[in-house]
Design a protein around this ligand. Structure first.
Ligand SMILES: Cc1ncc(COP(=O)(O)O)c(C=O)c1O
Length: 416
């Protein structure tokens, strides 16, 4: 090639690059959405900016402050210079304390500090657990409806979420027979969440034992999301499926969070418990390459939370109970609206008859959520949570009590 041709070729290809549109490509992230709840939140914030009072029933962020001893621990850690890199899997003090906590409180009696992996909230725990467990094409059975990010994290691992519809006439139980019916040769894991977001259903010990038996029979992993373990209403109690597994059994991966139990949602601290040696090897690699250890002061705060008084949990539950009843009363007796009394978590899930859409002159639950948002009332439309539940709305009562009281009155008016 004559030397003079070189600049011509370069100029020609640069011109082509500038004039030809980028080749279309299919990236896995293009199939994930930031979610309908975010859109509703944006409408609410716009209404708020326009001077309207808004009622934040669309998202589940505890209104409480973390307990005082947790805040003190943050300040002390910062002043003591505990602001440097920390061990990848979590500070040893916290991992030891969490091993004691899950043994005593959750019945995971054989857990040791080596079985604990501190994550950037339960959200990140899901990302890490699914990333460490799954291969592209694997299937994971999940409840439908289910908090959206579970399915998205399964997809991020290249795997496929397979929803098992939960039904109002079965109190939204995640039933063994339905799960069994969803198992295929590609099923790798059963995911469960108790207390459940969005319905507030709670799995009994017997139900968990049935799911564990099924997983044994088909040699499946179990991923158990227990982020709401402390937000539960008597007489219901929280059971951890890991407590039912044999000490030498390695199939249960348990996920916990400080966000709801200690109102530490912004401190982004959660943890995975697993005794599986392969996961012990894989999880640190994902932790290393995603966060390289959770924020140091948040970990010292988490240590204070787990070792200090947990009196606030009882108080918090009482307040949530009162808010729950306020919201339930407001939603009860409205024609075509069927709220479920949650047994745990802080959401009221209400299924809707089409007659509601006719009465309110909207096309569907999505449009209804938008209409409510324009009036300053947050909600999350059913189809944000799966494929089988588009005729429903979820209302969170984690915002402060005054907001729940005032907003519930307006919500009733808006739906009636
Ligand atoms: C069922 C469920 N799991 C996990 C999480 C994540 O919690 P965090 O990342 O704040 O610990 C949430 C948050 O709302 C949730 O609803």
């Amino acid at each position: 090639m004559p030397p003079s041709a070189v600049p011509d070729v370069a100029a020609a290809s640069l011109a082509a690059a500038l004039t030809t549109p980028a080749a279309p490509h299919d990236h896995p992230l293009d199939h994930l959405s930031l979610g309908k709840i975010v859109q509703i939140r944006e409408r609410l914030l716009a209404a708020q900016a326009a001077g309207k009072r808004v009622y934040r029933f669309e998202s589940g962020d505890p209104s409480f402050a973390p307990p005082a001893h947790v805040i003190d621990a943050i300040t002390q850690a910062a002043h003591a210079g505990k602001t440097h890199y920390v061990p990848n899997n979590g500070i040893p003090e916290l991992r030891r304390a969490l091993a004691r906590k899950v043994a005593e409180k959750n019945g995971l009696t054989s857990a040791t500090a080596d079985d604990i992996f501190v994550t950037n909230g339960a959200m990140h725990a899901l990302f890490v657990a699914f990333g460490a467990l799954l291969l592209p094409g694997d299937e994971v059975i999940i409840p439908d409806p289910m908090w959206t990010e579970v399915a998205e994290n399964i997809r991020l691992a290249g795997a496929v979420p397979v929803g098992v519809p939960l039904r109002a006439d079965a109190d939204y139980a995640y039933r063994v027979d339905d799960i069994r019916g969803a198992i295929t040769p590609r099923t790798a894991a059963i995911f469960l969440n108790t207390p459940h977001n969005p319905t507030g259903a709670v799995l009994s010990r017997d139900a968990l034992a049935g799911i564990l038996e099924l997983a044994r029979a088909h040699d499946l992993w179990i991923v158990s999301d227990e982020a709401y373990e402390d937000v539960i209403y008597a007489p219901h109690v929280h059971h951890s499926i890991g407590a039912l597994a044999r000490p030498d059994e390695r199939r249960v991966v348990s996920i916990f969070s400080f966000s709801k139990s200690h109102a530490m949602s912004g401190l982004r601290t959660g943890y995975i418990v697993t005794n599986d040696p392969v996961l012990h090897d894989r999880i640190p690699k994902l932790l290393r390459c995603t966060i390289n250890g959770v924020n140091s002061v948040a970990q010292w705060a988490a240590l204070a939370a787990i070792t200090g008084s947990d009196r606030h949990i009882v108080e918090m539950r009482e307040v949530y109970h009162e808010r729950r009843d306020t919201m339930l009363r407001a939603l009860t007796g409205i024609p075509g609206v069927r709220p479920f009394a949650p047994r745990g978590a802080f959401y009221v899930w209400a299924e809707l008859d089409p007659s509601v859409y006719e009465r309110l002159e909207v096309a569907d639950a999505d449009a209804l959520a938008t209409m409510l948002a324009d009036q300053g009332i947050g909600s999350a439309p059913g189809d944000a949570f799966g494929n089988s539940c588009s005729d429903a709305l979820r209302f969170a009562f984690s915002c402060d009590t005054t907001m729940v009281r005032e907003g519930s009155v307006l919500l009733r008016e808006a739906l009636t």
